[in-house]
Structure formats: structure tokens, C-alpha cells
Design a binder for this molecule. Sequence first.
Ligand code: TMP
Length: 261
Amino acid sequence: MHKGKKLYEGKAKIIYAGPERGTAIQHFKDDATAYNNLKKSTIEGKGVLNNRISEHILNSLNQIGIKTHLIKRINMREQLIRLVEIIPLEFIVRNIATGSLTKRLGITDGTVLDLPLIEYSFKNDELGDPLVALEHITAFKWASIEEIKKINTICLRVNDFMLGMFRGVGIKLVDFKLEFGRIEINGKKEILLADEISPDTCRLWDVVSEKKLDKDRFRKDLGNLIQAYQEVAHRLKILPEEANISEVKFNKPTAVRLKKK
Ligand code: TMP
């Protein structure tokens, strides 16, 4: 598939122009960053796992009528996506208080919230993606009130779906981040779920042990990040039990190679 020029490079992904107008190729890197880029590393295999996990989740959401930018995965590290105008906001959905919420407000870590809480951050690396209120969003025209209402509804539907999906494989969905984009289809503006949903953008705890199966393993120097992401992929039945990411041929559109233990 023809890959055009680089349009944007973020911390964990690169977006290239796609083969047709209105399409793009999203490439998943192995780079990991935390604390607004203060902590950086490269973790071999992370991009491959996030590509597979995000493909699985976005395809599943598509099946329940949630429109996403994903057209299809094209190889181990890349997806063909619709090019959208990204809304410059991160939508954080929380079921259990942890991370920045507990630090900011002094809430006890692990407090189960009565209802899911949606927070908004302004996407701006230089400012460290600051938390903003609905009033900032409308005052600075980052999104309209109608768009936010639609997006909030989508966030809650995604949360309901993912809570069930993860609970079914023994994982608590603690919180996650979503991004959205605008696109014009047949002269009509639509909102599409964009970016990725993966252990990089969710907090996932084992139901029994509360073991962290997400990027907190990197943020908090817990180690074994790839093993944790593989565990998520295995439980979601994306990778067969025996698959070992170290045996996957990177950058090639081949299936996962298996070696029996
Ligand atoms: P936080 O507790 O650090 O605010 O993070 C809440 C959730 O959002 C957590 O699952 C990690 C995710 N997240 C991202 O994916 N990207 C980000 O830039 C931030 C700040 C959070």
C-alpha cells in the first residue's frame, strides 16, 4: 500500500498520508513517554501489540455502531485510517480514582466512583495537556456544546462496552483516554472516534490481584510491560496463548509466528 509523506509525528505514533484522499496511515512506534516527555524509552514490541489491541477494540466498537477512524489494519505496525480534523481535547473517562485525579483532589487511590467521571484536557504538549472546563472548550471554540454532548454520550457507550469486555476476561477498566475527530461525509459533519485504545491509553487492573496490565508499568518502573500487554492480548484472544511477541517478525505484514514451548 502506498505510504505518502509524514503528516505528523507524536510520542507513540506517526501519521502518513494515505493512498487515497481523506485517508492516512497510522504507524505505531515502540517509543514510550510519560510525565509530559520527562521519562522516555523504547520498548521493543509495544507498537505491534498496541496496533493489534487497538484494532480489536475499535472494530468491536464499530460493530455496536460507534463510528471510528479505523478502516483496517494493514500490517504489524500500521493501520489505514480516515484522516480527520482532530478535536484538540483528550476525553478521560474514569471508573476508579487513581493517577492525576487522586493527586489533584486528594481522593483515596482506588475509590470506586458511583458514576463514570468524564474530564477534558486541552491537547498541548508545551502546556502539559492541562485539565479544562466545558466553559474553556466553548470559549476558545475547541468544540461546540452539541459536539461535546455527542462525544460525552459516545464516551459513556465506549465505557459500558469496554467495562463488560474487560470484566469478561478478568480485568478491571479503571480509566482511559479517548480522542475524537471531525469528518465530512456526503456534506454532513460527523464525529469519529480517533487515535487508539490500548494499554498505553487505559488503566487495566487484574480483577483478583489488582496487578497493573498497562502503561503504569512504565510510568512507575514496575517492569515487564510487554508481558503485561501480551497478557491483555491473550485474554482478549487476539494472540494465541503460545504466541510470544519476541518471535514476531516486526514491520512485516505477516501473521504472528508461533513456537510451541
Ligand atoms: P491520568 O490519571 O494521568 O490523568 O490518566 C488518566 C487516563 O488517561 C489513564 O488511563 C492514562 C490516559 N492518558 C493518556 O492516554 N494520555 C495522556 O496524555 C494522559 C494525560 C492520560
